[in-house]
Ligand binder design. Structure first.
Ligand code: NAD
Length: 251
């Protein structure tokens, strides 16, 4: 295969109704895949993608959504573990219930969805898992201890799962996005005292001088999920405008 092609392949994308997940689902679809988006708010997922209401923090919901998607699509070749929630704060700022809530979604959500999809991946001829991690897993970002811990776990799980699943021919990788222009960032800016000021500060932190686009992250996920990346497993790909690699920090 010489191009980014998914003809005959099927994909499940969690958090596929918005931002990075939606852009990924749309790109995979445009390149020939049949895609199911599992999301807490799936109503805006356009056809021909199929959609289901799934809460990755709920085991039964994940199991039901994955079974439904696999039956409808006729199996699962690609899993994109993308659903996630944010959290701001230093080590003293987040009470235990916030830690539990974020780890339930960002870490256990990946665990549950992967467990539910694995039996289908084991029957696939081109199985791949791509996790949406974050630059927070690799760079010491200020005011992000809980979120960084959750994404650090996703990065470590990516490598450990890749080691376990290599014998089954299942590749496991992750992308580490930087600051991506999605509704997530809009919500963050909406909570700021001065959103215009905060947006300018965000941009100033970017070595490239602009935010990353959801399509740029989707392209990286699609590449890692594709047979083009057949020799790549147990590793991460930064799509962060240079935030981590250039070792630049907010002034
Ligand atoms: P987004 O808010 O636009 O989309 C997230 C989607 O996940 C939403 O559709 C939401 O309904 C869904 N979701 C949230 N909790 C869920 C749950 N419990 N079960 C099922 N679905 C759930 O955000 P985004 O920016 O596209 O973020 C997607 C992923 O990218 C997240 O894992 C996030 O941590 C990661 N990320 C985002 C950025 C960024 O700057 N936007 C940077 C690094 C990493």
């Amino acid at each position: 295969m010489s191009d980014l092609e998914f003809d005959g392949l099927t994909a499940v994308v969690t958090g596929g109704a918005s931002g990075i997940g939606l852009a990924t689902a749309q790109l995979l679809t445009a390149r020939g895949a049949r895609v199911a988006c599992l999301d807490l708010n799936p109503q805006d997922v356009p056809e021909p993608m199929v959609r289901a209401h799934v809460d990755v923090a709920d085991e039964e919901s994940v199991r039901a959504g994955v079974t439904w998607a696999a039956e409808l699509l006729g199996g699962v070749d690609i899993l994109v573990n993308n659903a996630g929630i944010g959290a701001q704060g230093g080590i003293e700022d987040n009470p235990d219930h916030e830690w539990r809530q974020v780890l339930e979604v960002n870490v256990l959500g990946v665990v549950r969805t992967t467990r539910a999809v694995l039996p289908y991946l084991r029957r696939s001829a081109a199985p791949a898992i791509v996790n949406t991690c974050s630059v927070a897993a690799t760079a010491g970002l200020p005011d992000r201890v809980l979120y960084s811990a959750s994404k650090g776990a996703v990065l470590a799980m990516t490598r450990a799962m890749a080691a376990d699943l290599v014998a089954d021919g299942i590749r496991v990788t992750c992308v580490n996005p930087g600051t991506v222009a999605t509704p997530w960032v809009d919500r963050l800016l909406g909570r700021a005292d001065d959103p215009a000021d905060e947006r300018a500060a965000l941009r100033a932190r970017q070595p490239l001088g602009r935010l990353v686009t959801p399509d740029e992250v989707a392209a990286a996920i699609a590449y890692l999920a594709s047979p083009l990346a057949g020799a790549t497993t147990g590793t991460d790909l930064a799509v962060d405008g240079g935030m981590d690699g250039l070792r630049l920090r907010p002034p």
